[in-house]
Design a protein. Structure first.
Length: 257
């Protein structure tokens, strides 16, 4: 049975597979950082990872798939205010602006070079877009300012205490926080996924980061525990997560009067 987030969890020591992770799953994680998260890595190497993410999102259809998921979440809001955290290259926000006639996008990343590159492109000129630096763990915005906050393929970058902080912050500034991330498959499938990537990891920075992402991504029970740690009154709805990306929609229950 899946973990129900009713027990108290020592969040800093929680495995990425969650409080109920199997012994093998607990071995399939790492404290190694992706190139994207390292200060000692050449900027051009990091930019190559970001460009590869943009390219794969376009070629494999994930950018459009994720844009549809985002728009479904704001389907009832006439002129939605959407915050994209960890936008990297900004392709998702560009698609949302193209598809929605009145959505306003605040497009952000913690990495200054990514923010500068996005601001220098189409997003920097768009009348309904604001591009700025922002840390998803400490969001510089008033409570309830956004209809939706979105964090795509980025949540696994953060250790549990900071990941939980993103849930607290995202649901403070927006009615809903949508997290889309790599799925964490059962360990036999996870081993196969790692085996297909590992031979290329020493040569291709994008695959190097992909292997680490795979080892750091959170399971459904981990996501529930992180949300409960952020605030026990937070609701989390999970979708996908086996062969498709893991989708989590997180929101605070309305306060009773
Ligand atoms: C793997 S990239 C994903 C980029 C893009 N969202 C995509 O789907 O391709 C992860 C992004 O998360 C950003 N990031 C990492 N920690 C962050 C934080 N604390 N706040 C905001 N962004 C963060 C990184 O700078 C990077 O751009």
């Amino acid at each position: 049975m899946d973990y129900m987030a009713t027990e108290i969890v020592d969040i800093d020591r929680m495995p990425r597979g969650g409080p109920d992770a199997s012994c093998v799953d607990r071995l399939l994680e790492t404290d190694r950082l992706e190139y994207l998260d390292r200060d000692d890595v050449d900027e051009e190497k990091k930019r190559s990872v970001i460009r590869a993410l943009e390219w794969t999102g376009e070629v494999f259809g994930n950018t459009e798939r994720f844009a549809r998921t985002v728009l479904d979440e704001v389907a009832d809001v006439p002129d939605p205010k959407i915050l994209e955290l960890g936008a990297g290259h900004g392709a998702l926000s560009r698609t949302l602006l193209e598809w929605h006639p009145s959505a306003e996008l605040t497009v952000t990343d913690v990495e200054l070079s990514s923010v500068q590159a996005m601001a220098a492109g189409e997003l920097g000129e768009h009348p309904r877009a604001t591009v700025r630096e922002m840390d998803a763990t400490a969001i510089d915005a008033a409570a309830g300012h956004f209809d939706l906050a979105v964090f795509v393929l980025s949540f696994h970058h953060l250790p549990p205490s900071l990941a939980s902080q993103v849930i607290a912050e995202g649901t403070r500034v927006a009615d809903k926080l949508l997290i889309i991330d790599l799925p964490r498959p059962p360990w036999p499938l996870h081993l196969i996924r790692l085996a297909t990537m590992l031979p290329f990891a020493p040569w291709l920075p994008f695959v190097h980061d992909g292997v680490i992402s795979s080892l750091r991504t959170y399971s459904p029970s981990a996501l529930r525990a992180l949300a409960a740690h952020a605030d026990p009154s937070i609701d989390i709805e999970l979708r996908g997560g086996l062969f498709s990306p893991q989708v989590a929609v997180v929101s605070r229950r309305p306060q009773s009067m």
